[in-house]
Design a protein around this ligand. Structure first.
Ligand code: MN
Ligand code: MN
Length: 474
């Protein structure tokens, strides 16, 4: 009863019973703050080298090899292995003390990000300029892609089957590309009166390639010819090579510190190269053999539903776990594989939406993640009545919580906006299909899916620590 308690007693009781969220910066020692800042710098370098899923996989492979990891089919004695798949997926493992068949601890994330893909027949000219037609990939807010510098990355396979690597618009001496936007003076009828959903059309996301004609006035398609000729000189490309290519337009430029205090990082593609990098670094930096075998799996195609042979719905993860069973000499029957997967525990590394200061109404404050408040655990995503969510088990949440508490991880919970506000999904449900327990865990970011996403260096550092603790086991 209220009257039975002194103010001091009530305060003590509140301290004992009530949950208080913690700002990571308040919890870090000065030395850890410096570590968080340094980790942020290393992460920015990773982002700059990993603008596409292919580049991210190549960068991760390089880091892994440097740390003593071997391709799984030529594994050394150290139990550190990796396997890439179609140049777009990678899985890495550190064999544990216990048999693989007792289950692995896996952190899975994705390395693809929203972008503009070139169409199969992209090149055309219009009003004396050359352009590429594009088809957007993933959940883009189309208006964000107009009037900004873009770079091109990708692969074209020529008629002899040779892969040509394309990278243009990132180096200081490179030209960049752009999608033209309409001037405000003339946008009144055609755009300003429309809703955002229809004001910016996908078919207008065309990339400007130049305006210098090749040949005299009568030359047919001489602007198109200029573009093709320059691409031929640089890469040996002919127009037909576009039919067998995957070329992506992404925001040009480097990841940057944001804010007077440099506490934030602004960059394209942090969803989900932030979880990918933190998980990989956690695995590579582990100081001792983990209790359970540690696995990091980085998938492609999350942003379009995890489809295809490089998405999380593919058989790649199962195949990699089979490799591990074989490597450890611990059974290789399909029953062993199923049992291993079912005994495994996972974190789905995916970013959470941070409470947006200007659009707080789309969040429900008691359950929204906040920037700077650490690792965000999201029990379920989906939309409407949790439709499409894997909805993690309380026992797994408790298990992960125990690891976080034991390792002083600053963490919070989050939810993808208010009920019925919108929705989305992650790869959690595709991991859960294997029978393992899994929950979404990642830093909260602002401006998710924009060309310049914002993350806190404190949260990034916590993600690194949290994945490390989980992979290492309790
Ligand atoms: Mn996403
Ligand atoms: Mn993501």
């Amino acid at each position: 009863m209220a009257g039975d308690m002194t103010k001091k007693q009530a305060q003590d009781l509140s301290k004992k019973l009530m949950r208080k969220s913690k700002l990571v910066w308040d919890e870090l020692t000065k030395a850890d703050r410096n570590k968080a800042m340094k980790f942020g710098d290393e992460y920015k370098t990773f982002l700059d080298n990993s603008k596409t899923e292919r580049r991210a996989v190549a960068t991760v492979e390089q880091l892994a090899r440097k740390t003593g990891f071997f391709p799984v089919d030529e594994a050394g004695e150290n139990g550190l292995v990796f396997r890439t798949w179609k140049n777009k997926c990678i899985a890495l493992a550190r064999l544990g003390v216990r048999p693989v068949t007792e289950g692995v601890h896996i952190v899975a994330s994705h390395v693809d990000s929203p972008r503009l893909d070139l169409k199969a027949n992209p090149l055309y000219e219009e009003t004396d300029m050359a352009f590429f037609k594009t088809h957007y990939y993933g959940g883009v807010r189309k208006h964000q892609w107009f009037a900004r510098p873009l770079a091109l990355h990708g692969v074209a396979v020529d008629k002899d089957g040779k892969s040509i690597d394309i990278r243009l618009g990132e180096d200081p001496g490179d030209p960049v590309f752009t999608v033209l936007d309409l001037l405000p003076h003339l946008a009144r009828k055609i755009q300003a009166g429309k809703t955002l959903a229809i004001a910016f059309e996908g078919e207008k996301l065309n990339i400007l390639l130049g305006s210098l004609p090749l040949g005299p006035e009568k030359t047919p398609d001489r602007f198109k010819l200029m573009a093709m000729n320059l691409l031929h000189e640089k890469y040996g490309l002919v127009e037909e090579d576009f039919l067998t290519a995957e070329i992506e337009a992404v925001p040009a430029g480097q990841a940057r510190d944001v804010g007077l205090d440099r506490s934030l990082i602004g960059a394209y593609g942090q969803d989900d190269r932030v979880c990918s990098y933190c998980a990989v670094r956690a695995l590579l930096d582990a100081k001792s053999k983990p209790e359970f075998t540690s696995v990091v799996f980085l998938a492609d195609k999350e942003e379009i539903g995890s489809e295809g042979n490089t998405g999380a719905k593919s058989r790649f993860l199962e195949s990699f776990i089979s490799d591990l069973l074989k490597l450890a000499g611990q059974g290789a029957s399909s029953r062993d594989l199923t049992a291993t997967l079912m005994a495994s525990k996972g974190l789905s590394g995916d970013v959470a939406p941070a409470l947006d200061p200007d659009y707080q109404s789309v969040h429900e404050k008691n359950n929204a993640a906040k920037l700077g408040y650490g690792m965000c655990m999201t029990k379920y995503t989906g939309s409407a009545g949790k439709s499409g969510a894997s909805d993690a088990n309380a026992e797994h949440l408790g298990y992960v919580r125990g690891i976080f508490e034991a390792n002083k991880i600053v963490w919070q919970i989050g939810q993808l906006g208010k009920v019925d506000e919108g929705g989305g999904g992650t790869i959690a449900k595709f991991l859960a299909t294997h029978g393992m327990d899994v929950v979404d865990c990642g830093p909260a970011i602002l401006g998710m899916h924009s060309p310049f996403e914002i993350a806190s260096k404190a949260d990034i550092f916590m993600a690194y620590k949290a994945y490390g603790a989980f992979l290492q086991g309790r």
